[in-house]
Design a protein around this ligand. Structure first.
Ligand code: FEO
Length: 395
């Protein structure tokens, strides 16, 4: 994509990664992603805000050339993760006069990760300002969105917030400014689920802090630029709230059909109680979709056969993921079948240890489910419906 001015003297010079399908070798990216970098020109100084993933350094350098950048005074590094910092060494080679402006923690990480020499840095503190001549960058430390060293940059005169990973989306789009609110919000929610959800409490503090700023545009380092900040800020306020939906997720694996039969029975029983259900067959599921639905589901029911004395590894992984993402789930249970015994329930319960959920009685069938098992599943469905009524999500 070509260098694009998003506001007077603020130019997008980042890179698109249409083909990237996995991030951190963990997170599926159905819509690719972008690494956004911005040039801010004051009357005296020029700043580059974030670099790009090292595999796309060439795109950044081309865009800098296209934007007519002949000098960079400051490279503002908001986050040391390599998708925003990896190209800094190459930028420094072309623009050796540039100084890397960042906070103390980020400086240490950049020295560790990219071997940038200590003499290339200017360290800034929370609230410190940098005058470019008619454009003032103000730095706001924002730990844990995404790493402990992350910071935002607020351009006071233009009321632009550069939010780095925060408020972003894994979305490649041929123009940097938002053009499709529905598509963007869908990608932003999935991104929130996969990356930001574990930090809900920190996000609350950051959003509170941002209330003190007049913001007319949000320019994150992934996805698109928001010319109407309320769109993404309102969405985040909802996603981090304690509110959940009348929704049960059933991540499952079935080897010979018994667990599937139980999942189908439970799904039908829940629907008859007026509870929404999404079963995820983990053999085919995009794990990002499961994460996305964890944003506001009230209940998860893990469904697994017993393999080598424990839960199926795909279900164990889903439990691990749910535990790590810290969703606002209120209730959990486990169902499944076994041949001759095992510790599937204990395995899964141990994996869910970090969640503040109320556990509802598990239902385990020996072999294929029988009348007593179906009755137990009906009882579980009734218990879930009652719990959902209790928290006010089911009338
Ligand atoms: Fe987009 Fe945490 O890096």
């Amino acid at each position: 994509m070509a260098a694009t001015e998003i506001k007077k003297n603020i130019t997008w010079v980042g890179a698109l990664d249409w083909d990237r399908r996995l991030f951190d070798e963990l997170i599926p990216l159905p819509d690719g992603t972008s690494y956004n970098s911005y040039i801010v020109r004051g009357s005296e100084k020029v700043a580059l805000i974030d670099a790009v993933d090292p595999v796309k350094a060439g795109d950044l350098l081309e865009n800098l050339q296209e934007a007519g950048v002949t000098r960079i005074d400051y490279i503002v590094s908001q986050h040391a993760e390599q998708d925003h910092s990896g190209a800094i060494p190459e930028v420094l080679e072309i623009f050796p006069e540039a100084v890397v402006v960042t906070n103390e923690k980020c400086k240490a990480m950049l020295m560790d990760l990219l071997l940038i020499p200590e003499g290339k840095f200017r360290v800034v503190a929370d609230g410190e300002k940098l005058d470019l001549g008619g454009k003032t960058l103000e730095f706001i430390l924002a730990p844990w969105v995404h790493w402990p060293e992350t910071m935002f940059t607020y351009l006071r005169e233009d009321k632009v917030l550069f939010s780095c990973d925060f408020l972003g989306a894994h979305l490649a789009q041929s123009r940097p400014l938002l053009s499709d609110e529905t598509r963007t919000l869908r990608a932003a929610r999935r991104y929130f689920a996969e990356i930001m959800m574990p930090f809900r409490l920190q996000i609350r503090k950051h959003l509170e802090k941002l209330k003190g700023l007049e913001i007319e545009m949000i320019a994150p380092s992934h996805g698109v630029v928001y010319p109407r900040p309320a769109l993404i800020l309102d969405a985040y306020n909802e996603w981090i709230s304690d509110r959940t939906r009348n929704l049960v997720l059933i991540p499952f694996v079935s080897m010979h059909g018994s667990t599937r039969e139980m999942v189908e029975h439970l799904t039908g029983a829940l629907v008859r109680h007026g509870v929404d259900v999404i079963p995820f067959n983990l053999i085919h599921t995009d794990i990002g979709e499961l994460a996305n639905e964890l944003v506001d589901a009230s209940t998860v029911v893990l469904a697994s056969p017993t393999v080598l004395g424990g839960a199926h590894p795909a279900v164990a992984y889903a439990a691990f993921l749910a535990n790590a993402l810290r969703p606002k789930l209120k209730f959990a249970s486990i169902i499944g079948s076994y041949g001759w015994g095992g510790r599937a329930v204990e395995n899964l319960l141990a994996s869910l240890g970090g969640l503040k959920v109320e556990l509802l009685d598990p239902v385990l069938a020996k072999g294929c489910p029988k009348e007593g098992d179906f009755q137990a599943l009906d009882k579980l469905a009734a218990a879930i419906a009652a719990k959902h009524r209790g928290i006010g999500v089911l009338p």
